[in-house]
Ligand binder design. Structure first.
Ligand SMILES: NC(=O)c1ccc[n+]([C@@H]2O[C@H](COP(=O)([O-])OP(=O)(O)OC[C@H]3O[C@@H](n4cnc5c(N)ncnc54)[C@H](O)[C@@H]3O)[C@@H](O)[C@H]2O)c1
Length: 373
C-alpha cells in the first residue's frame, strides 16, 4: 500500500472544507488537525470530523501537531504568513489556495519560498482536473476548433480576484501560457462590495490579449446578466474552425466544428470525488517520487498577475497595463474626454493623421502621448 501522509488544514471555510473532504476521502492522507480563528467554524468541523484536533491558530497547531502536509486555506492576505510558518516544519508537501496571495508580488514570494525548499506543491484550480474542462483543454490544444481567437467569460456573483482567477488561469492554460501583451479593465465599485476579505467590483469587464492576438473578455460582478440562460458562468471559446461553450463548474460542454456541424453536447457524471482530492492526490504523487511539479502553481501566478493588472488598470483610470506588471509605471493623468466634441484648440492630435504606430512591443498609447507633447 502507498504511504499515507498526515495532513492539517488552516482555515475551515469553503476552501478548507473541500480540502478536508478530499483528504478524508482519500486513502493517501490522514486528516489529523485543523485551525480556525472562529469558534463557530471549529465547532462545525468538530461535528463533521470528530476524530481530528482543533486549534484556534496556525501557530498552536504547528507547534502541537506538525503534519506531513499543510493546506493553507485562509483568506488570501494571510497566505504568506501561514505559508512561512508552515515552512518551518519538516513538511513533505503544501497546498496553497488560489489566489496565491492578494497581490502578484506576494504570490511570487510564496512560490519562491516553496521552490527554495524544493517542496511539492498544489494549487487547487478545479478546471485543471475536472473531466469536462480537461477535455475542452485537450480539444483546443489539438486544434479541434482551429486557432483560438477569443475567450469570452460571463460570471455572476463573483469578481476578478476570487473566481475570475480560476477563469483567467484556464485562459493561461488554453493559450499555452503565451505572454500577455496588456490588460485593460474597467469597473463600477459603487456598492462597496467585499468578498473573501478583498474589496471587489460591483461590475467589471477585463480585457487582455496575448502577443499573437488571442483575446479574453471577462465580465464579472455582483449581478451579471447573461447572453443566454445559464446558472452562473459561461465560457465561449471561439476558434477559426469552430466554437466550444461550457459553463464553469457544470460538467458539460458543447462543441461546434466540422465534425459536429450541428453542435454536440458532451455531459459527464461528476462522480463522488471532489476536485480538491485530485489535486491532493497529485501532491501525494509528487511527494512519492520526490519530484516537485510547479506547473500549476506557475500558471496560477500568471493568472494572479492578470488579476492584479486588471485592478491596476482600473485604479489608473482604465489604462492599458502592459506585462510584466513589475515594469508598469502609472501614466500621468490626461485631461481629455473621449466622446465630447473637439473644440478645435487645446492641443491633442489629429486621429486622421496618426504618426506611425509605436513599437509593436509597446501596445499602450503612452509612448504616443509622450511624442505628442
Ligand atoms: N480552489 C477552490 O475551488 C476554492 C474554493 C473556495 C475557496 N477557495 C479559497 O480558499 C481561501 C479561503 O476562502 P473561503 O471561501 O474558504 O473563505 P471562508 O470565508 O469561507 O472561510 C475562511 C475561513 O478561514 C478562517 N481564517 C481566516 N484567517 C485565518 C487564520 N489566519 N488562521 C486560521 N483561520 C483563519 C476564517 O475564520 C474562516 O472560517 C481563499 O483563498 C479562497 O479563494 C478556493
Amino acid at each position: 500500500m502507498s504511504h499515507q501522509y498526515t495532513a492539517a488544514v488552516i482555515g475551515a471555510g469553503m476552501g478548507g472544507r473541500v480540502s478536508m473532504a478530499g483528504l478524508d476521502a482519500s486513502p493517501r492522507f490522514q486528516l489529523v488537525a485543523f485551525a480556525d480563528i472562529q469558534a463557530e467554524a471549529r465547532a462545525d468541523i468538530q461535528e463533521m470530523y470528530p476524530g481530528i484536533r482543533a486549534f484556534s491558530s496556525h501557530q498552536e497547531l504547528f507547534s502541537a501537531c506538525p503534519t506531513d502536509i499543510v493546506c493553507v486555506s485562509t483568506w488570501p492576505p494571510s497566505h504568506l504568513e501561514v505559508t512561512q510558518a508552515a515552512l518551518q516544519l519538516p513538511l513533505r508537501g503544501i497546498l496553497v489556495e488560489k489566489p496565491l496571495a492578494d497581490n502578484f508580488a506576494v504570490g511570487r514570494r510564496i512560490l519562491e519560498l516553496i521552490r527554495a525548499r524544493n517542496l511539492p506543491m498544489a494549487v487547487p484550480h478545479g478546471l485543471l482536473v475536472a473531466d469536462h474542462s480537461t477535455q475542452v483543454l485537450q480539444r483546443v490544444h489539438a486544434g479541434e476548433i482551429g486557432q483560438l481567437k477569443l475567450v469570452e467569460i460571463q460570471c455572476t456573483g463573483w469578481d476578478i480576484i476570487n473566481a475570475g482567477i480560476h477563469w483567467l488561469d484556464f485562459f493561461v492554460e488554453l493559450t499555452h501560457r503565451e505572454p500577455v501583451e496588456y490588460v485593460l479593465a474597467a469597473c463600477d465599485a459603487s456598492t462597496r462590495t467585499y468578498r473573501d476579505s478583498m474589496q471587489v467590483e460591483t461590475l467589471a469587464v477585463t480585457y487582455a490579449q496575448t502577443t499573437s492576438g488571442t483575446r479574453v473578455v471577462m465580465n464579472t460582478g455582483d449581478y451579471v446578466s447573461f447572453s443566454e440562460p445559464v446558472e452562473n458562468t459561461l465560457f465561449r471559446l471561439v476558434g477559426t474552425l469552430g466554437t466550444i461553450d461550457f459553463y464553469g463548474w457544470e460538467n458539460r460542454y458543447r462543441i461546434l466544428n466540422a465534425e459536429y456541424p450541428q453542435g454536440q453536447l458532451f455531459e459527464f457524471d461528476p462522480g463522488p470525488t471532489v476536485l480538491h482530492q485530485r489535486h491532493l492526490e497529485n501532491l501525494a504523487a509528487q511527494i512519492d517520487r520526490a519530484q516537485p511539479d510547479y506547473t500549476i502553481a506557475e500558471g496560477s501566478l500568471a493568472a494572479l498577475e492578470l488579476c492584479e493588472a486588471a485592478y491596476v488598470s482600473i485604479r489608473n483610470g482604465s489604462v492599458p497595463v502592459p506585462l510584466p506588471l513589475d515594469d508598469f509605471t502609472p501614466p500621468p493623468a490626461v485631461d481629455w474626454q473621449p466622446g465630447l466634441p473637439y473644440s478645435g484648440h487645446g492641443g491633442g492630435r489629429n486621429g486622421r493623421r496618426l504618426p506611425p504606430r509605436p513599437q509593436q512591443d509597446d501596445p499602450t498609447l503612452r509612448t504616443a502621448q509622450k511624442e505628442d507633447k
